[in-house]
Ligand binder design. Structure first.
Ligand code: PEP
Length: 290
């Protein structure tokens, strides 16, 4: 692919799926810090006249903060979604330390992160476990965000290897989630080589990967599913590179780790995304609306 192809596609882009910007806090922020952050984020975005109808914003706090975030969001009518960083593949039973999707649903959780490379690396998650977590989320009405892309949880594989692996992951999910509502999931391309490293991967690689994922969905499922499913990019996103990634034709949002820990930086990313969408927003074309 020529160097400028991603840029050319970006110029043509119109936002037909509602962008989703997700902040993954990982193992950071206790429940008091979470409350403080959520209030500041909301007040700041309100002050800056952020249009919450144009972008879906979601925070993934640690499990121990979810109840506090729920109470705050409900009492102050904060239009920001929240979700879980993981979910069990079982509904209940003798699984010490695991958290059931049914408990999360009762806490008003909208999204669950599934198959993050850190879960695969430190908790040996297999494709089978990941499929179980996707199923459990969908059955309980929680939208799973499936992380794909890295061949091994700790390697720097080439883009071709990553594409093969990601398409295998998507394909398995498509096969095993038939009848479970596959078209309701979100897919995040998260190259391990970019996570927490301070630099994103080449935008052309993101462009090829996200286009390949969408083609795979169309080929294996349907054109409608391919049009509806939101594909995110994650890996060292910040306010300096967010726009150039979000402009890529098949990128419908961002999964932000380190940069989401600071409410001012996450606000900047949200505002940049909203500005982009407002400039290229075609409401009658908008397909996915949460
Ligand atoms: C992540 O771990 O999901 C992530 C995207 O991290 P970071 O933005 O810090 O690279």
């Amino acid at each position: 692919m020529k160097d400028n192809t991603a840029k050319e596609n970006a110029v043509k882009k119109a936002y037909i799926r509602k962008p989703l910007i997700v902040g993954n806090w990982k193992m950071n922020k206790d429940h008091l810090e979470s409350l403080n952050y959520m209030q500041k984020l909301f007040w700041n975005l309100q002050d800056k006249r952020f249009d919450f109808s144009k972008i879906d914003l979601c925070i993934l706090p640690p499990f121990t903060s979810i109840r506090s975030v729920q109470l705050l969001v409900d009492s102050d009518n904060i239009p920001i979604f929240y979700g879980a960083q993981d979910v069990s593949d079982s509904l209940d039973g003798p699984y010490t330390g695991d958290i059931s999707a049914q408990f999360l649903k009762k806490l008003g959780v909208t999204f669950s992160l599934v198959g993050h490379s850190e879960r695969r690396r430190y908790h040996d998650e297999t494709v089978k476990t990941i499929i179980g977590k996707l199923k459990m989320s969908l059955q309980l009405g929680i939208t799973p965000i499936l992380c794909v892309g890295s061949v091994n949880a700790d390697d720097d594989s080439s883009i071709d290897q990553q594409i093969d692996y990601a398409l295998m992951q998507v394909s398995k999910a498509l096969t095993f989630l038939q009848g479970f509502g596959f078209e309701n999931i979100v897919i995040a391309y998260e190259p391990v080589s970019a996570i927490g490293r301070g630099t994103t991967v080449d935008p052309n690689d993101i462009d090829i990967m996200t286009a390949s994922i969408r083609n795979c969905i169309e080929y294996q499922a349907s054109k409608k599913a391919a049009q509806n499913i939101r594909i995110l990019y994650g890996g060292s996103v910040d306010s300096k590179n967010a726009a150039s990634i979000l402009e890529l034709e098949n990128v419908d949002g961002l999964l932000v780790g380190g940069a989401s820990l600071d409410w001012e930086e996450f606000s900047r990313i949200a505002l940049i995304s909203e500005k982009l969408v407002s400039e290229k927003f075609i409401p009658e074309k908008l397909i996915s609306e949460k």
